[in-house]
Design a binder for this molecule. Sequence first.
Ligand code: COA
Length: 260
Amino acid sequence: MSFNNILVDITFAVAQITINRPRKLNALNKETISELSSAFTTLENDRTVKVILLTGAGEKAFVAGADIAEFSNFSVEEGKLLAKKGQDQLFDLVQNLSKPVIAVVNGFALGGGLELAMACHFRIASDNAKMGLPEVSLGVIPGYGGTQRLAQLVGKGKAMELVMTASMIPAEEALGLGLVNYVTTPEELMPLATKLASKIMRNSLVAISGAIKAINANFIEGVNGYEIEINAFGDCFGTEDFKEGTSAFLEKRRPDFPNN
Ligand code: COA
């Protein structure tokens, strides 16, 4: 895979996507969004890839937002199209990926950057990271799912406050809010991500994709998450992984999941 704005590396079944526009603090322009979409789709279909890590190049930023220079002259219709296309092409794609996606937040995650991190299945951050949805300071609102996902993650009241004040919060505060799961030093961030990926890969990845689908179902309007869970649970009983997982337990040995 060769791209202009992102790097993709696959090591021991863990794919790392690095957004690579450090001079623009990895801001998401149209081409970067398109390349990310293409990379995630390719990795989803690559059987050798089990877990995906998403991070930003350089020491300063994960992603400092959508590329402001690109949309500053947009009309109402163009604005709507920008949000719709971005959500369909990338943010919803990431959220619904069947493989675990971890956002490795190594610096500023602002606007579209925090929205992208929130579309990932969970987030870890370095202690120098700063997060926020500052869009109202530009006269616009979050358009890549931020109003929905921030409220889901931190609750409605705190989401209202963070969006209204356009605040940039430090990683430790994000940890307290449940916006990120762990905070560590910049040096220890990628090793922690790799450790979490290894821990995940010991489990059945077929079962994990069912769990992702069921957890996500809770947040889809008009969908009964309990029904989705019942079906995904039942489907597990037809898998080789289930036979191996239960047999291994009964035989007091480590499972060797055939689909991993
Ligand atoms: N879109 C486009 N360019 C961006 C950008 C964005 N969201 N965020 C940063 N950049 C660019 C800057 O324009 C600058 O480019 P230049 O060197 O060609 O002038 C470069 O990245 C470095 O940013 P700079 O502002 O000089 O760094 P800083 O350390 O002084 O400030 C931030 C860092 C993150 C506080 C500041 O860049 C910022 O506020 N960015 C916008 C955040 C935002 O509002 N995001 C939501 C967008 S909807």
